[in-house]
Design a protein. Structure first.
Length: 285
């Protein structure tokens, strides 16, 4: 009989490897339509004229009901991708965008997340920071960057004279990926119209993607964050009157694991501060 200590150890091991969501209490046979192979102890007459069908042979033929179901799923996915830009475009404020996301079911992450994690900070901020996705603490509290990486981000902001109330913070996806995994391209694409609309509404002077995933999805770049950081790019959408200048930085979670890159992060922060000061000096009185 399994002891309480053993059960606790098993539970802790599952948490460590990222199994943190209970989907169903009973196992589901997802290959029930496949023909099972004969038991190992069943003799097979190789000389028999009756051929042994492959256990996967039935998967080659699809019933009309299965084809119809697949077509409906495919159509639903296309409709979701087509409707997301329309839903996002209908929002005229950050609060409108939040309400739109609360009613949006086009991202599968919503099914396993606890809370929507949208934005935090100042809706009229001159700098918009966009990270990768919410973590466990963010999911519980419904606010971006409130865990260990958020604490480091606040220290980074303070080093150049900024606070959370001076900036706006968000992510490329608005629900936590299970086990804190990297969001898939499909999940990022599903949320991208809302990220773009957020930039259009806020109209920041500077956009700062945090981490490689955010930089690649927002700027359309393929290089790693190590090559992208320290450089200036332009973020454009059809509805922006003028591009928003953008410079990627290392994600605070990465800096917590790799302290040797903090010097580079400090240089990037100084770059942002210098650009912000220059833009304020050039602004008309």
């Amino acid at each position: 009989m399994t002891s309480h200590i053993q059960l606790r150890s098993i539970l802790e091991w599952h948490q460590l490897v990222g199994v943190d969501e209970t989907i169903t209490s009973k196992p589901v046979n997802r290959v029930s339509d496949l023909e099972l192979q004969p038991p190992l102890d069943t003799p097979i007459n190789l000389k028999s004229s009756v051929s042994v069908e492959s256990p996967f042979a039935k998967s080659k033929t699809t019933s009309p009901d299965s084809r119809k179901k697949a077509e409906l799923i495919s159509k639903s996915s296309r409709d979701t991708l087509q409707s997301a830009p329309d839903i996002a475009a209908s929002a005229n404020s950050v609060e409108d965008l939040r309400i739109a996301l609360e009613n949006f079911d086009g991202c599968t992450l919503k099914k396993t997340a606890t809370n929507l994690v949208f934005v935090d900070g100042n809706d009229s901020a001159e700098i918009l920071f966009i990270g990768e996705g919410p973590g466990a603490e963010e999911d519980r509290r419904g606010r971006p960057f409130v865990g260990p990486s958020g604490i480091l981000l606040e220290k980074m902001l303070a080093s150049i004279g900024l606070t959370r109330s001076n900036v706006l913070i968000s992510n490329t996806v608005f629900w936590r990926p299970p086990g804190n995994r990297t969001p898939t391209p499909q999940e990022i694409i599903a949320c991208l119209p809302f990220v773009e609309r957020l930039v259009e509404i806020v109209k920041p002077k500077i956009l700062v993607p945090l981490g490689g995933a955010a930089a690649k999805s927002l700027l359309g770049e393929t290089q790693g964050i190590g090559r992208l950081r320290g450089r200036w790019f332009e973020f454009k959408t059809p509805n922006l009157l003028c591009p928003v200048i953008s410079t990627p930085m290392f994600h605070p979670a990465y800096l917590l694991r790799t302290s040797t890159q903090k010097r580079a992060a400090w240089n990037d922060l100084r770059l942002v501060r210098k650009k912000l000061d220059e833009m304020q000096l050039d602004a008309p009185a």
